[in-house]
Design a binder for this molecule. Sequence first.
Ligand code: OAD
Length: 238
Amino acid sequence: MMKKKDNKKHIVVFTGAGVSAESGLKTFRDSDGLWENYRIEEVATPEAWERNPKLVLEFYNMRRKQCMEAKPNNAHLLIAQLEKHYNVSVITQNIDDLHERAGSTNVLHLHGEIMKVRSSVDENLIYPINKWNLELGEKCEKGSQLRPHIVWFGEPVPMMEKAIEIVQTADVFIVVGSSLVVYPAAGLIFYAPTDIPKYLIDPGEFSSTITKNLIHIKKKATEGMQELYELLTKNVWV
Ligand code: OAD
């Protein structure tokens, strides 16, 4: 995934729901966040899918509709523009495609992608979807119901190993808009080399002792990314 053919430095940007908040997509744990209005056990677990697949489909249909209506914001765009100066890997917990639409070319989705669906019997049968609604009765080529291509609570996170490898080669690590509470994803920061600069852009409160060399830019994603973009491109370490 990481190109080492030039000697540009490698920036790893780890994003959460907060990077898409200014595009109008709700976060999970802020007040009025998604988990205030839905129960995780009812919409985001394999048991929920067994019990009430219609409700699960409706929940993710709404996420897909909102994603299709949303546009990348300046934080997504600045992250994409970092590629002019650095090798950039984006690792996101988000299921939206706003990083890709902003122009980032190297995006790994840890929790799946809302614009894809997959077979419920074979996780390798993944298809793009270009309408907002997935309904009961829509089947994969093996005849099983299609489900959202999403990692649910209680399921393994298959991209984690790849993500760890990427983070271990970072020269700069940036977190944008994540509460850093959902594991294993939130643990990625601990795989970054100890002495590299690390930045966290998030308006929320965090303990100052999360990890060494961490600078908290306590701002919204667009404002914080603007500040950091200027800093990183004035001091391009190529
Ligand atoms: P959370 O909802 O837990 O956290 C959102 C973070 O975004 C908080 O730290 C907010 O302070 C911050 N935030 C809010 N507005 C912001 C803004 N305008 N700019 C920057 N930051 C802002 O979301 P995640 O950390 O992404 O998993 O949650 C991780 C996982 O939990 C999700 O991927 C999802 C969820 O349950 C699954 O569904 C598997």
